[in-house]
Write a protein that binds this ligand. Structure first.
Ligand SMILES: [Mn+2]
Length: 345
């Protein structure tokens, strides 16, 4: 088998921090952001399975229920979800945890209803993430802003401690995260290191195309009908290059889908040549809306900040309290400023 030259993107200091955190503790938990995606699920399952191979006690905790589509990833069958039935168990587990790995988010608020509890804990909180502007709530920061994915970072960190190849299920989980967060190596966060890692992974995964297949055929019929309704009735074209889509709270029950089943919806308009910006509004409570922004230009983060948001220059999120029609109008008003390529504060 061809050897691939591997360079870690971490300093030796960061690698030894990770190593000693793992070696010197026994009880771990991993948490990731609400509204799972393949990177959050892949990176957390990859790390979870790795810690298991070291005979550590480890729990993989999700603030909101991940979609059934992710269940093929090994380790997801044991995950805990911060819902009423597991709330007490999770709080007890976290209280007894020595190290909490915080994956694929940079602000404890992204833990939704779990955020206050985690904030109150006096345990080691280790950030491993690739989003801009992390908060200072973490005891150790192993974030790499601009990396392709958290899954790439987890691969890099695990590789510094374990002999390649790791268990195939770890490789599959991390490969899924890398493929998904880079849009199949098309986004500008894809670096030479991303390809080197992917090359190393597929050299040990004969059935690597199955991972791609799983990711690209992950729709249920209910999701298809739900998306169809959004495209037909809940979307608005704003001055030729921006599409706003919205989901009202009743839509989930009507189509039998969960909030996590809406993953990817915001990216669909971006496939249209003339569309530069896409905005998705998700109503999660009667007067509360979560926002996702995508742009082919590099300025969407400025708009997201107007909605208490954060993220990347081309992919960001936010929130809004109020009513839907006011929110849509607010975005429509802000929109021309995007076309200018800059934003007036
Ligand atoms: Mn990510």
């Amino acid at each position: 088998m061809d050897q691939i030259t591997f360079f870690s993107s971490y300093s030796s200091e960061a690698l030894s921090t990770f190593r000693s955190l793992v070696e010197q503790h026994h009880r771990f938990a991993i948490c990731t952001h609400m509204g799972s995606d393949y990177d959050s699920v892949g990176s957390s399952s990859g790390l979870y399975l790795f810690l298991k191979t070291l005979n550590k006690e480890v729990y993989n905790i999700f603030p909101t229920a991940p979609s059934q589509n992710f269940r093929w990833i090994k380790g997801m069958e044991d995950c805990l979800v911060y819902e009423e039935s597991q709330k007490k168990l999770i709080e007890e587990t976290l209280t007894n945890t020595e190290v909490l790995f915080c994956l694929d988010f940079n602000d404890l608020k992204r833990l939704d209803k779990l955020s206050d509890f985690v904030e109150s804990l006096h345990i080691k909180k280790v950030l491993i993430d690739h989003h801009q502007n992390p908060t200072d709530e973490f005891t150790n920061n192993l974030a790499k802003i601009g990396a392709s994915s958290t899954s790439e970072l987890i691969y890099d960190l695990i590789r510094s401690m374990a002999k390649v190849p790791f268990h195939p299920e770890i490789l599959k989980a991390l490969y899924a995260g890398i493929i998904s967060d880079t849009g199949g190596f098309q986004y500008n966060t894809t670096q030479a290191s991303t390809h080197r890692i992917a090359a190393e992974i597929i050299s040990y995964l004969p059935d690597h195309t199955k991972v791609y297949e799983k990711i690209s055929s992950d729709f249920t019929l209910a999701q298809f009908q739900f998306f169809q309704n959004i495209f037909l009735h809940h979307s608005r074209l704003v001055r030729e290059d921006t599409i706003i889509q919205w989901i009202s709270i009743d839509d989930y029950g009507k189509y039998g889908v969960t909030q996590d089943d809406t993953e990817g919806l915001v990216n669909y308009p971006m496939r249209i040549q003339s569309i530069v910006n896409s905005v998705l509004i998700k109503q999660t409570e009667p007067n509360f809306f979560k926002l996702s922004f995508r742009s082919k230009e590099e300025n969407i983060l400025e708009i997201a900040k107007k909605f208490e948001g954060g993220g990347h220059k081309m992919a960001a999120g936010g929130r809004y309290i109020g009513n839907l029609s006011d929110l849509i109008e607010k975005i429509v008003i802000l929109k021309p400023l995007l076309v200018c390529g800059f934003y007036f504060h």
